[in-house]
Write a protein that binds this ligand. Sequence first.
Ligand code: NAP
Length: 370
Amino acid sequence: MKPDNFICVKDCWNSRFACVSVGLNLFTVCSARTSWCLSDSKMALPSISIHPEYLRTMTGALGGASQSLWHKVKGVMGLFGSGKCSSKATLEGKTALITGANAGIGYETAKDFLKRGARVIMACRNVQLAETAAGNLRSEIPGSDIRVVQLNLASLRSVKECAEDILKSEPKIHLLINNAGVMACPYAKTEDELEMQFQTNHLGHFLLTRILLPKVLESAPARIVNLSSAAHLGGKVNFEDLQSTRSYNSVLAYNQSKLCNVLFTLELQERLKDTGVVAYAVHPGVVATELGRHLPCGCSWAFKRVGWVIKTPVQGAQTTLYCALDEKLAEQNGLYFSDCSPGRTSGRARNKEDAKKLWEVSDDLVKNFI
Ligand SMILES: NC(=O)c1ccc[n+]([C@@H]2O[C@H](COP(=O)([O-])OP(=O)(O)OC[C@H]3O[C@@H](n4cnc5c(N)ncnc54)[C@H](OP(=O)(O)O)[C@@H]3O)[C@@H](O)[C@H]2O)c1
């Protein structure tokens, strides 16, 4: 990471950014510090510096004419209430597969689906944790129909095995919720020699969806929900170095992976036209889950102090539920939703050429597993 990629906070403090509430400022600074602290760079950086792309994420997430500031604040904070999925849809006879359903937003999504009568497949990396979570759900919702399957998104072999097992054993998949994710982890390669966040957040879900798609199509009407983030606003898909081998910044790699989630959704919408299967991308808000586990302890400490300001996991699950269930959603013709309303995407997230290119590059990366 070169120093000229950075700009001082004071130089680019703009009016929108200055409007941010104390809680959001804290989150922003914490996250910016994370970007700095976790960077693999060996160069001395200014004590507080924010990458321009990152600053764009935060200002973009809060600015723009299409949504009121109030809506945006509610989109990330739970303190003043948040969007709520008001659909009364029942899911008797429907099957939902949720990745990363043992914790956080995925767990709350599973709980809601079960209350509506769905069969829920919890596709999780750690089967023991998933069985414990499933046990808790069964005691809270007697009669729950839950199946736990092993899925490690950081292993294309595991994704293939899981998806093929589901293809053979499940008659239908009506809801595919690509929820699991990691944020801002230190640089690591998967067993497939790919960058961890790119594979876990994007490519693993891409392969899972590719293999399950015939089953989802047979189950139409069906929906696919991809958990993205407002972090996509600061994302750029670096097609020249998708695996961040030349330089790695943990926050920018997260932003890239979350932009990939929206581009994947865009291309899915294109390819699924008139099939009865629809795909949506979601920003759940800033949610008090374990996602921040890789933040340096100072940031984790600060995050816990503002935990009461941000969304609870139940609030964080609402936009996923809205996209999975709302009966009138098709009329909105939307791509990306935040706080149970259409959200603002970056221009890069609406770039159809990039969406097509990402699909082709991803297809090539998983070609030995399809
Ligand atoms: N929380 C937020 O503020 C926020 C904001 C924007 C977007 N999001 C997005 O929301 C989604 C859910 O996040 P969360 O906040 O609920 O986080 P979380 O509580 O950390 O849950 C993440 C889930 O993903 C699973 N996971 C991680 N790596 C995996 C892998 N290699 N294979 C399979 N599963 C894996 C985790 O499994 P283990 O329990 O085994 O680790 C866990 O079940 C993520 O895609 C995230 O990017 C969250």
